[in-house]
Design a protein around this ligand. Sequence first.
Ligand SMILES: *[C@@H]1O[C@H](CO)[C@@H](O)[C@H](O)[C@H]1NC(C)=O
Length: 194
Amino acid sequence: MMNLAMDSHIGKMPGLVLLSVLVLLLQHPLLSLSNSEGDALFAFKQALSDPKKVLESWDNSLVDPCTWFHITCDSNNHVTRLDLFNSDLAGSLSPQLGQLPFLKYLELNQNKISGKIPQELGNLNSLVSMDLSHNQVEGNIPVSFGKLKSLKFLWLNNNQLTGSIPKEVTDLHLQVLNVSGNHINTNGNIPNEN
Ligand SMILES: *[C@@H]1O[C@H](CO)[C@@H](O)[C@H](O)[C@H]1NC(C)=O
């Protein structure tokens, strides 16, 4: 009996030591866990003005962004959806928004987002649907969108986009490509060569 009790006591020691080391590591500011998807979303937030405070719950000190409003994560705590339509957001799209490798749905329609579409959004490997319609984005449709091999729905209608639709984008197997209500040259997708 005595020996058994001793053994189990000793058996718990390494676990306790490990736990203490872990607690010490987590308290060390330089070793605090950072979450790259949370950082990307926080950079996106910081480039926008948010009069309705829809992004108020986006607190970058949390372990991951999965509890933030308007964010959906999968069972591995990776961000899969960003739902922020009709939220009065103004400002421009941060290039860091492209650093969400598991994002499937980017729904930002009906805001007041302006500026150019960052070419980095072409890095969203998992993206199925992008809705930027009814905003004020300008410039060209990024050629990098040709890398969005999972994309099925691309809503860019009712913005200030110019130029033509890149061949790389028309070559994608999209179910919806809506560019109406822009200044896009849709005459056979041939860029002007003056
Ligand atoms: C594309 O957008 C325009 C303008 O908002 C809309 O009228 C039209 O129905 C849309 N097309 C499709 C296929 O949904």
